[in-house]
Design a protein around this ligand. Structure first.
Ligand code: ZN
Ligand code: ZN
Length: 396
């Protein structure tokens, strides 16, 4: 697949941050048009939608995300990124496809090509969706809100994959909740500033924040049932400018992962309760403030639709190449498409690491790491096959 290899290397070398995927969208639209698809660009900003109407039958949506991350690539690949970009708040950052979305986009172009070439063998409507801003958990919602289903019809099923450091050539899948809900909150704690030598004249928000960080770790161990799954991480703690000045405020940034609405509700409520109580315990002059953002819902791979799709995968790839029971604490917004349309989503993890090429015991990089990149083959071929087989399972 020389053209697809060239496309992958080109996308990899030219990564773009979330909501800045202008070049990427242009390249993908140019690849799609000659295949006979009706192509909509600029959809919800930088999204691209391709439609292939091929007679009576179900509509099937295949989705790839296309954005990259503010990461300095350290893969040493000949097509490694040297790109830099400016974030919305003006910071100059390196950019890399450290999550492998370039692989997803290339696989989808490959599948679009194969399905168009085989159009005599199926009927229905194929929707290929290239989604921006997955890393912010925003792109799927934005495309739905921009009228994706009003304009192109409601699909019968949403199909998507994510590359991961599992053995290349293999596919892992779960059934039911497969990726976590993610919620973030900016907490502002209010104290009263003063001289570091006279703490009795001040109310110290640094101590308040420190207690919050420690106490929040009790939520998962003491308030969530051991049979459930949740994560609470305080990834940011900021206060003060000088060691002998007690500041007025402190900020903490908390991220939560959960797998059902019940636990999600328990953890979110516990965060607010504990922070308010710590502020009260310190005699804070004002209630703390909570700014919740980036809420990505849990990703559910519909059990019945997954079973039907995985049966087709077992036939095509052999059941030895399927790894069942995959659940990860990372998050994905693709579930927003299926949930908004009221139809099943089927999601699987595409193995992307050729362990035969690595020394025994050599560490394997994870998505988002500076040295992460999938091995081009057999990852790409497997990813194209998976999308084609999955789509054919649902098209007439
Ligand atoms: Zn990612
Ligand atoms: Zn990703």
């Amino acid at each position: 697949m020389p053209d697809l290899h060239a496309l992958y290397r080109d996308l990899h070398a030219h990564p773009e941050l979330s909501w800045q995927e202008f070049r990427t969208a242009g390249v993908l639209a140019d690849a799609l048009r000659p295949l006979g698809y009706e192509v909509a660009t600029g959809f919800a900003g930088t999204g691209v939608v391709g439609v292939l109407r091929n007679g009576e039958g179900p509509t099937v949506l295949l989705r790839a995300d296309i954005d990259a991350l503010p990461v300095l690539e350290a893969t040493g690949l000949p097509y490694a990124s040297t790109v830099r970009a400016t974030t919305p708040d003006g910071a100059d950052v390196p950019v890399a496809h450290a999550c492998g979305h370039d692989m997803h986009a290339t696989c989808l172009i490959g599948a679009a090509e194969r399905l168009a070439a085989a159009r005599a063998e199926w009927s229905g409507t194929l929707l290929v969706v290239f989604q921006p801003a997955e890393e912010l958990g925003q792109g799927a919602r934005a495309m739905v809100d921009a009228g994706l289903f009003d304009r192109f019809g409601t699909p019968e099923v949403v199909l998507a994959q994510h590359v991961s450091p599992l053995p290349a050539g293999m596919i892992a899948h779960g059934s039911g909740p497969v990726m976590a809900a993610s919620d973030s909150v900016r907490v502002t704690l209010h104290g009263r500033g003063g001289h570091g030598s006279a703490p009795e004249t001040a109310i110290d928000p640094v101590l308040m924040a420190a207690h919050c960080v420690v106490r929040l770790q009790g939520i998962v161990s003491r308030e969530v049932a051991p049979s459930e799954r949740a994560v609470v991480t305080v990834g940011r703690l900021q206060a003060g400018t000088k060691e002998n000045v007690i500041p007025d405020t402190a900020e903490i940034g908390v991220n939560i992962r959960s797998f059902n609405e019940h636990v999600r509700g328990i953890v979110k409520a516990a965060v607010e309760r504990i922070v308010r109580a710590e502020a009260a315990a310190s005699g804070a002059p004002r209630e703390p403030e909570f700014d919740w953002y980036d809420g990505t819902p849990v990703l559910v791979s519909d059990p019945d639709a997954t079973a039907r799709t995985m049966a087709a995968f077992a036939e095509h790839f052999g059941s030895d190449n399927l790894i069942p029971g995959a659940v990860v604490n990372a998050s994905e917004d693709v579930g927003v498409f299926g949930a908004s349309a009221g139809v099943p989503t089927v999601f699987w993890f595409l193995g992307g690491t050729d362990f035969g090429r690595r020394e025994p015991g050599q560490p394997v990089a994870m998505n988002h790491a500076p040295d992460y990149a999938p091995d081009l083959e057999p990852t790409l071929t497997t990813g194209v096959d998976a999308l084609v087989v999955a789509a054919r399972t649902w098209l007439a």
